[in-house]
Design a protein around this ligand. Sequence first.
Ligand SMILES: [Ca+2]
Ligand SMILES: [Ca+2]
Ligand SMILES: [Ca+2]
Ligand SMILES: [Ca+2]
Length: 352
Amino acid sequence: MKRSALGVISLFVVATLLPVGRAALIPDVSVSSSMLAAAGTEVHNIINGSGLPGDIRALSGTHARATKDNVWASGYKYGSVIFYLPGLYRVNGMTLWPYNGYSIISARDVKWYYSTNGKDYIQIPGAPVLLPQGPAGAAVEPVYYTWPPVQATHLRVDIYSNWGHPSNSGFAEIQFDGAAVGVPDTNPPQPNPMTWAVAPAATGISEITMTASTATDENGVQYYFANLTDSAHDSGWVNEPEWTDTGLARNTLYEYKVKARDCSDQYNETGWSDARSAATLSFECLEYPVADMNSDGRVDMFELVQLGSEWGLMGQLSADLNGDGVVDMGDLLELAAGWLACGRFPFEACLE
Ligand SMILES: [Ca+2]
Ligand SMILES: [Ca+2]
Ligand SMILES: [Ca+2]
Ligand SMILES: [Ca+2]
């Protein structure tokens, strides 16, 4: 029972993620398996769109409740299923509908492989190794997976266990996501135009940090941050969506835009994001003088006015610099001793 509940939870979590970064359905995939078939099912039921809306292959949509004509239960618990792609494809994900008949048949522990010759297989980095259990005798929602693209003519899944059945493992449907190799990429990354995940913000007197939305593209992405105030500070093309502009002037407003491009031969670019600005700090406080009541690193008119406003009062007061419970001449002497003490960096900020 515990495993069953876990399966439902993991299915829910994965299935609610949006299918981001998807390329396109790889059409006309065929399949074979050494695992035979049970209950009148056939292995091609997992790749021919059976049970999907209109019984048409797709990367999304609900798979109807299991019948012998739309799912596959194997005759063995363990084994391999081989998928034959209609050419060389860059494969970057799949949509999987877990077995939804007698649901303990759902394949559980698996490994995914790719090949360009049908003989030598390499495990796909980032492909799932634990699959969720499908519902029992009900329609099943798609589960989306993506991984860094691999080029393949063949894919293979090795099945090591199921969700509890003594002898059969299976799926409702599997469809792969990718693009034919040799077909030019004409689509820029998403989102297009680019957007901000975290708007530019100062992190000191000379640095502003910003984060673009993480873009997706089947050929990978790069980002370009433009400093509209001083183009000498543009980032150039960088691989990470977070970027820090350094060596800036202090107390200065800078404006930024960001765009992304894919890493295909076409370098398709998104549109620019909207412009956002941030000002570097005018100073940083290296230390706080004893009489600095407002923690701005300097003892000045603020403190004198504060002392005047609390003059003669008793209790917990910010101007009670010597801590004797009353604001009086003793505190004024402390303030005078520390007058214009300054712990700001750079030092010019002490004179402003
Ligand atoms: Ca099916
Ligand atoms: Ca692209
Ligand atoms: Ca102060
Ligand atoms: Ca005092």
